[in-house]
Write a protein that binds this ligand. Structure first.
Ligand code: GLU
Length: 384
């Protein structure tokens, strides 16, 4: 896959703009930059490209507006800053996109929204309808209501989930770094930019170092973890410097800016993406080694006979982690039976389910269509 070919055939793009591009303690809110990026995005929309903007910056803009300290301590203060900053940020986008005749819209999401299949599909339907009206969806996490349990946590991950949701052809992550370097560029003057990454492996993760900017919550390793998910979804990602003038136009012209991350050739299906990365597991099923093998290498459904025990109080239809007896997560899926039911039928043959429970939902505890293998050695099992 080459950048030029990719740039020529992009029809749907998710563009994530990090806080450090929009507002920093040293520079304040950078209206000119927002104006410039808005004009670039509007020009793609005028060419018929569907754009979704995932924008951070609510907390950073709120902090600037309220004159709060450089580092805001405590969740309530951050939520208050976001409550002030989010409408101000939207007002800026509205003003600058209006100059380019683009109507903006706001979508605030939590992890819970993406966790529930119906809300997930609803969010997708809303975005698709906005596309039909030619409006630009601007997405952020709903910072004022999220607590730890329902947080995506950072907009790098949120933008990847959105890219999967709408099956984008490209994800662009704009930060205050030129891209991925072979060493941490803040610590090494001779660090070199890596123009293309074919696979995010351990060596790539190590190269990332710990280059965290004080404004956002991302940092390079968080970005790489997120971009790895995008690659699993089959979405190519370009990480580039949002402060660089004309950066988006250069990317859309197929020029060598930032780092280009090549996607997997055998991506997860849409439903499995949702199970793997949006669904929050509410319990665990522990398997013996034979069942683990059948799952990982046989492409089989999970049957009660291989289950040793469960943990948590999940209901039928909820997400569960599947672990081996050493406690490693090997897969994730949607349970066809509740934890209570599984406790009664674990270790038994499927043919006995009806006799034990008095009813049956089928032979499988988790059907292979609702099961995602997470061990990298067995990724080939994930299609369907
Ligand atoms: N949602 C946060 C905000 O808008 C940003 C999270 C992030 O930086 O990833 O301020």
């Amino acid at each position: 896959m080459y950048r030029k070919d990719l740039a020529d055939r992009v029809k749907t793009v998710v563009i994530k703009i990090g806080s450090a591009v929009l507002a920093t303690p040293d520079e304040g809110i950078s209206s000119e930059r927002i104006q410039r990026l808005a004009a670039e995005m509007a020009s793609f929309m005028a060419r018929g490209i569907k754009v979704v903007l995932v924008s951070s910056g609510a907390i950073a803009v709120g902090r600037e507006t309220m004159g709060m300290s450089r580092r805001i301590e405590g969740i309530p203060a951050k939520q208050a800053a976001a409550a002030v900053g989010q409408p101000r940020l939207m007002a800026l986008y509205d003003a600058f996109f209006r100059e380019n005749s683009v109507q903006v819209s706001q979508i605030l999401l939590t992890r819970d929204d993406l966790n529930h299949r119906r809300r997930y599909l609803n969010a997708r339907a809303t975005i698709e309808t906005l596309f039909k009206f030619g409006a630009l969806p601007i997405i952020n996490e709903n910072d004022t209501v999220v607590v730890e349990e329902i947080k995506v946590g950072d907009n790098d991950n949120l933008s990847v989930l959105v890219a999967g949701l709408i099956q984008a052809d490209l994800l662009v992550i704009l930060s205050d770094t030129e891209g991925l370097f072979d060493k941490d560029p803040k610590a090494h003057a001779d660090a070199r930019l890596i123009p293309r990454v074919d696979e995010i492996n351990e060596a790539v993760m190590c190269a990332a170092g710990g280059s965290c900017s004080p404004t956002g919550v991302g940092g390079m390793s968080v970005k790489l973890e997120a971009i790895r998910k995008a690659a699993d979804f089959g979405v190519p990602t370009i990480l580039a410097n949002g402060k660089r003038e004309g950066v988006l136009s250069a990317i859309f012209a197929g020029e060598q800016v930032g780092t280009f991350f090549v996607p997997k050739k055998d991506p997860l299906s849409c439903k499995k993406q949702w199970i793997a990365y949006s669904v929050k597991p509410t319990g665990t099923v522990y398997l013996d080694s034979g069942a683990v093998k059948a799952l990982l290498y046989g492409g089989k459904s999970l049957l009660p006979s291989g289950v040793v025990r469960t943990e948590g109080t999940f209901e039928r239809g909820e997400g569960v982690d599947i672990r081996n007896l050493s406690g490693e997560v090997v897969a994730k899926g949607l349970a066809n039976y509740s934890a209570q039911e599984i406790e009664k039928i674990s270790g038994k043959q499927s043919s006995r389910i009806k006799k034990i429970l008095g009813y049956t939902y089928g032979d499988e505890l988790i059907h292979r269509d609702y099961l995602v293998i997470l061990k990298s050695t067995a990724k080939e099992q994930n299609h369907g």
